[in-house]
Design a protein around this ligand. Structure first.
Ligand SMILES: [Zn+2]
Length: 68
């Protein structure tokens, strides 16, 4: 279990769903290739400044697409 669980702002990523490591804001990345800062960053304390990977590149926790 050493795969990256989160990626810092500005990281190059593929499309997928991400969740703010600090406030839990869910961000669906459809086309961008790098992650923006969390929009709630100015409203509450953010010290991790990273996104948790929910779906997308990497190991998905659940697979919504049956492949057999
Ligand atoms: Zn946030």
């Amino acid at each position: 279990m050493v795969q990256k669980a989160n990626v810092p702002y500005g990281s190059d990523v593929s499309a997928g769903t991400y969740e703010c490591s600090d406030c839990g804001y869910e961000y669906s990345n459809q086309s961008k290739t790098s992650l923006p800062p969390c929009p709630n960053r100015t409203k509450s304390v953010h010290y991790k400044n990273a996104w948790n990977i929910i779906t997308g590149k990497g190991d998905a926790k659940e697979d919504p697409y049956p492949n057999r």
